[in-house]
Design a protein around this ligand. Structure first.
Ligand code: PEP
Ligand code: MN
Length: 350
């Protein structure tokens, strides 16, 4: 860390800064310049808490050299972490993984027919919310445990592993029992007690970026899970709130290469919540694969007009099948493949 002194800082203020640095157990190395003095802080093992120094008189600002996160950083682990959510299905390898399914699990017929259709089109993982984080308490809140059981039934029918969101510890425990990967939604990205609890369950976690979270915030949330001993974390870009009402959210494509350079964790893209409109999901899906996303999460519904949540952004089944052809073509151009569902072998479907 570097402590930058004000131009008009006195000798005494400089001495006080050095005393505090030494009292914190570090070494202070002043570097006098023609305009001002900078004090280097060394002897630290990780990031230094700068709050005591920032408030001292004569200090202009503090520059951190060490990022706040460490376990998730690519510096720490140069190779991308491969996250295995079920035997034969991995995120972070050469194959991109397409997760598809409805926003909410609504009925047996809805989830099983969607699972069959997305599987036939080449998706390798099924999504569907059982515990729904709705903005309004009067909106459909999900089928709860029954929804989870229906997802498990759809997995039995198709072989597709299942990812679904936990909103609290009790839900996470149920998902750990019945599901393959626990999703932490945008609204809970900074629910640190939930992150710690989920990490302890030892299941893979898909962590979505919060609506107003920086990439640094996202990586710090992932750090909580790794710090609790679980490195099976997949990050997800799902758009952020912006000043522009033209789209439900601003889908941040640059998050994909940015996360890849900062972290070894795989990142998938969710262009459904990232745009909020069906006609924008396909172009942004193409773009996300081209940008290097390790996978996609796409909402698909057999009858979007009757969906109990997020119908406007749900692809029709035929649209999803057409998208899969494009995803394969784009992946091939950048030297990647599209993951097959476990147990479907080498032969391509669709
Ligand atoms: C979802 O994937 O069902 C969801 C609610 O997404 P987000 O947390 O990104 O809003
Ligand atoms: Mn949704």
């Amino acid at each position: 860390m570097l402590v930058v002194m004000r131009q008009d800082a006195t000798e005494q203020q400089l001495r006080e800064v050095m005393n505090v640095i030494e009292a914190l157990g570090y070494e202070a190395k002043p570097v006098p310049g023609s305009q001002r003095t900078v004090v280097g802080v060394t002897g630290n093992d990780g990031r230094v808490d700068s709050s005591r120094l920032e408030a001292l008189s004569g200090v202009l600002h503090v520059i951190h050299v060490t990022p706040a996160y460490s376990l998730v950083s690519r510096e720490r682990r140069p190779d991308t972490t491969v996250v295995t959510i079920a035997p034969g299905l991995q995120f972070g390898g050469a194959a991109v993984v397409v997760i598809a399914g409805p926003c909410s699990v609504e009925s047996e017929e809805q989830i099983v027919s969607t699972a069959r259709a997305v599987s036939a089109a080449g998706a390798s993982c099924l999504r569907g919310g059982a515990f729904k984080p709705r903005s309004s308490p009067y909106s459909f809140q999900g089928l709860g445990k029954r929804g989870l059981e229906l997802l498990a039934l759809a997995r039995r029918e198709t072989g597709l592993p299942i990812i679904t969101e936990a909103m609290d510890e009790a839900g996470a425990e149920l998902i750990a029992e019945l599901g393959d990967c626990i999703q932490i939604g945008a609204r809970n990205m900074q629910n640190y007690s939930l992150l710690k609890a989920v990490a302890r369950l030892g299941k893979p976690v898909l962590l979505k970026r919060g609506m107003a979270a920086t990439i640094n915030d996202l990586l710090l949330s992932a750090e909580y899970i790794l710090a609790a001993g679980n490195d099976q974390v997949i990050l997800c870009e799902r758009g952020v709130r912006s000043f522009d009402p033209a789209s439900r959210t601003m889908f941040d494509l640059t998050a994909i290469p940015a996360v890849h350079s900062l972290s070894h964790l795989p990142i998938v893209a969710d262009p459904s919540h990232g745009t909020g409109q069906r006609d924008r999901v396909i172009p942004m899906s193409r773009a996300a694969i081209a940008a290097g996303a390790d996978g996609l999460m796409v909402e698909v519904h057999p009858h979007p007009e009757n969906a109990r949540s997020d119908g406007a952004q749900a692809l029709y089944l035929e649209q999803f099948a057409a998208l899969m052809h494009e995803v394969r073509a784009i992946a091939a151009v950048i030297g990647r493949t599209v993951a097959r569902a476990p147990g479907t072998g080498e032969a391509g479907i669709g």
